[in-house]
Design a protein around this ligand. Structure first.
Ligand code: SIN
Length: 502
């Protein structure tokens, strides 16, 4: 008789796995050293899925931030003179180490941001691709020689690094938003002081361990961690310090406006990647199945907590019922839970403030007549910060979900009849980051792509982010572009040199 031995796979929780991981750091990284806050204060970082404390990070203040700025400023004196080929090599080393440590990085991302492990791997893959791209692009930062109107004179144009870059990054992509900024800044020849979000400092510190191993000289990259309480002071210092040449920020429009003001005193170079309110339009000629697939990707990536997430769905009457039914069925099938568990597709919201915001916005819509087709409430059986994937219909423009970025797993659906109506509704917002539409009518594709007031437009695509393309918005969604060769421009000055009397 056969005896079949079965082995039960015992899953080791991520927090236990991480204890032995060399990438999990509890010190900040300044001038090539792992350091505590001068005050010795620390703050706790919790796993949003379980509420458990993952560990502590230094609660730094302006004194520590000044130390980081001074280090970056000293390092700039020599880093700016490295050749493009040398910078390319450092970035490539960093990228190779990130690839080698993809799984560990993904685990840290899941633990502190709550996103499912499969998505965290996707983020690390995406984040790494910026470092790879900029390691190549650094060798293509070209100057020009322009024909001069004056005899015996030459007009030379050279791109120079701006100096120390202050990079303030968000919690929703704790890896990719650092590499998208730092990759470009380092490639241009700038040095960096990075201030990661309070909810997710460990990914930033893990990236610093790999930068250290990659051999970046002291002070070229620095990370200053802090609690929410100290963050405004550090942000203000970065914006006002004469040693910092430029700021690149990803986060809310409200904070972006504040940083804009603070940077004005020194006329600082500023890149702002702010909130969106993306329309997702489905026209009657669309392939409805493909539109549903795009909608799921655009809306439910990171539990709806992305700036480019579809925030308002506009569906043409002719296909409204079919789209809503198919989308609702997909949403009902989503698996919610702790991102460490296999097959989980929707994790928790990042923190209590975010949970309350989503709850309040849905309540506001319902109180003004919105219909809940699925969800509409928290999912406490999974944990305090989980919210059920939700579909709301009968949305009106006086509901807050129309004008505000939900940043949660909530789909708001409007019905429309004409193309003009859909474009007018889509553009009826102060934001203009991403926009999406599905259509198989070629003329309509060109018309609508041109008319949508957004910086990025997905046509028959729900997920459009990539290192090769310029990422950024119009209107109150921000200034400048990240990724692509345009991303490097943000960190360079154009210098004109007139060579006379030749
Ligand atoms: C963001 O939500 O800020 C970034 C999303 C992306 O890069 O796709």
């Amino acid at each position: 008789m056969f005896v079949v031995k079965t082995f039960r796979f015992v899953q080791v929780p991520l927090n236990l796995q991480l204890r032995t991981m060399h990438l999990l750091k509890n010190k900040a990284y300044i001038n090539g050293e792992w350091v505590s806050a001068r005050s010795d204060k620390v703050f706790e970082v919790t796993n949003p899925a379980t509420g458990e404390v993952i560990g502590t990070a230094p609660d730094m203040d302006v004194v520590d931030a000044q130390h980081a700025i001074d280090s970056a400023s000293r390092a700039f004196a020599t880093w700016q003179d490295t050749t493009a080929k040398e910078r390319s090599r450092y970035l490539r080393n960093w990228f190779d180490l990130m690839v080698k440590n993809l799984e560990s990085l993904a685990k840290i991302v899941t633990l502190e941001s709550g996103k499912p492990l499969v998505e965290a791997r996707g983020e690390v893959f995406y984040g790494n691709s910026f470092v790879e791209f900029f390691s190549e692009e650094t060798r293509r930062i070209q100057g020009e020689i322009i024909p001069s109107p004056v005899a015996n004179r030459k007009i030379l144009v050279e791109k120079q690094p701006i100096g120390v870059a202050g990079l303030i990054t968000p919690w929703n992509f704790p890896h990719a938003m650092i590499t998208r900024k730092a990759g470009a800044a380092l490639a241009a020849g700038c040095t960096c002081v990075i201030k990661p979000a309070e909810d997710t400092p460990f990914t930033a510190l893990a990236l610093m361990e790999l930068a250290h191993e990659a051999g970046f000289p002291k002070g070229v990259v620095n990370v200053v961690t802090s609690s929410r309480g100290n963050a405004p002071g550090i942000g203000n210092l970065l914006c006002q310090s004469p040693l910092v040449a430029g700021i690149s920020f990803t986060g809310s429009t409200q904070v972006g406006k504040l940083l804009y003001k603070q940077c004005s005193s020194g006329i600082k170079r500023l890149g702002l990647e702010l909130g969106g309110n993306a329309p997702f339009i489905v026209y009657k000629s669309a392939d409805v199945d493909s539109a549903v697939k795009g909608a799921m990707g655009s809306k439910f990536r990171n539990c709806g907590q992305t700036c480019v997430a579809a925030n308002r769905f506009f569906v043409q009457s002719d296909i409204y019922d079919s789209f809503v039914e198919k989308l609702t069925n997909e949403i009902k099938a989503l698996k919610i839970g702790n991102g460490e568990e296999p097959d989980v597709q929707v994790g928790p919201l990042i923190n209590q403030a975010q949970f309350e915001k989503v709850t309040t916005l849905v309540q506001d819509a319902v109180s003004k007549g919105a219909k809940v087709l699925v969800g509409g409430k928290g999912a406490p059986q999974h944990g305090r910060l989980f919210y059920e994937p939700t579909v709301l219909t009968d949305i009106k423009d006086d509901m807050r979900v129309y004008s505000e970025e939900v940043f949660g797993p909530v789909v708001n659906i409007f019905r429309f009849n004409t193309e003009e109506e859909s474009v007018a509704m889509a553009n009826n917002t102060e934001r203009g980051l991403a926009g999406y539409f599905y259509s198989r009518d070629v003329s309509q594709i060109f018309r609508v792509a041109r008319k949508l007031e957004v910086g990025m437009c997905g046509v028959n695509e729900g997920m459009i982010s990539t290192a090769e393309a310029p990422f950024g918005g119009v209107k109150e969604s921000g200034l400048g572009r990240e990724g692509s060769h345009h991303g490097i421009e943000e960190f360079t000055y154009v210098k004109y040199v007139a060579l006379g009397n030749l």
